[in-house]
Design a protein around this ligand. Structure first.
Ligand code: F6R
Length: 242
């Protein structure tokens, strides 16, 4: 696992966008694994800027998002579908049908999960996966205790994750209790992984990720077993790493 120190949020986002730019230069048909949340917004705006400057094109690329709330319609402003349209897809030249996100309204979620893993495989697998990290070490919505082997699955969200996401909802009761997420087994199949962290709230998680042991109790620790995983963290997130 490699660690890149960034000065601040903007620098972290630029460094991550640089890795995407390189990936797209090397392979126009790249399959990108994408995340949502606050941390990765800056990367999307950097990539949109690169696109508007004519330096990057996603016309031949495909993307797979990590997760979607279960029971949430695409059109809901809080869905990850809406987030991705707003932050990234609608400002770029992706061919619409090549942006995959789990269907949160699937009648049979188990079936939806295996369909999603199949689609990733049929696309040739993820070339570059972007990740954020939860304060409890989650990646995607793989909460502490999740098996490292598991594929895409339906998961119950922990109280701490629901609290962390509550800022986007009017009242706590509206925060979904379940999500469909790529599993750790799925994430680990990506050829290259970049995990971002920004701010003091992530400092303890980054300290544990860097110094701690590999354990299912801290899902992100699995990245130590990946041949090409990089953390990009800003100064505040790195305050526990010397
Ligand atoms: C989002 C996701 C989550 C977030 C994590 C950090 O698709 O899978 O694992 O990356 O919860 O969220 P932020 O960036 O909002 O702190």
């Amino acid at each position: 696992m490699k660690l890149i120190a960034a000065a601040d949020y903007r620098d972290m986002s630029k460094k991550a966008a640089g890795i995407f730019l390189k990936q797209m230069e090397q392979k126009r048909q790249s399959v990108l694994g994408l995340a949502t949340g606050g941390t990765v917004k800056g990367v999307y705006s950097e990539l949109v800027e690169l696109f508007l400057e004519g330096k990057i094109s996603f016309a031949e690329a495909a993307s797979f998002n990590l997760d979607e709330y279960f029971g949430m319609k695409k059109e809901d402003p809080n869905s990850y579908f809406s987030y991705m349209q707003e932050q990234f897809f609608s400002h770029t030249d992706f061919a619409g049908e090549s942006n995959y996100i789990p269907d949160g309204t699937a009648a049979d979620p188990i079936d939806e999960c295996s369909r999603y893993d199949r689609l990733i495989e049929q696309s040739g697998g993820v070339d570059l996966q972007l990740l954020g990290i939860g304060e409890n070490g989650h990646i995607g919505f793989n909460e502490p205790g999740t098996s490292f082997e598991i594929g895409t699955h339906l998961v119950g969200l922990t109280e701490s994750t629901r609290q962390a996401n509550a800022r986007y909802f009017e009242v706590m009761e509206q925060v979904p209790k379940e999500a469909i997420t790529m599993g750790i087994g799925t994430i680990m199949k990506s050829r290259k992984i970049v995990l971002l962290a920004s701010g003091g709230k992530k400092a303890a998680a980054i300290e544990q990720l860097w110094y701690g042991k590999v354990t299912e109790d801290f899902p992100a620790s699995v990245l130590k077993l990946h041949p090409d995983a990089t953390i990009i963290a800003d100064e505040e997130a790195l305050s526990g790493v010397r």
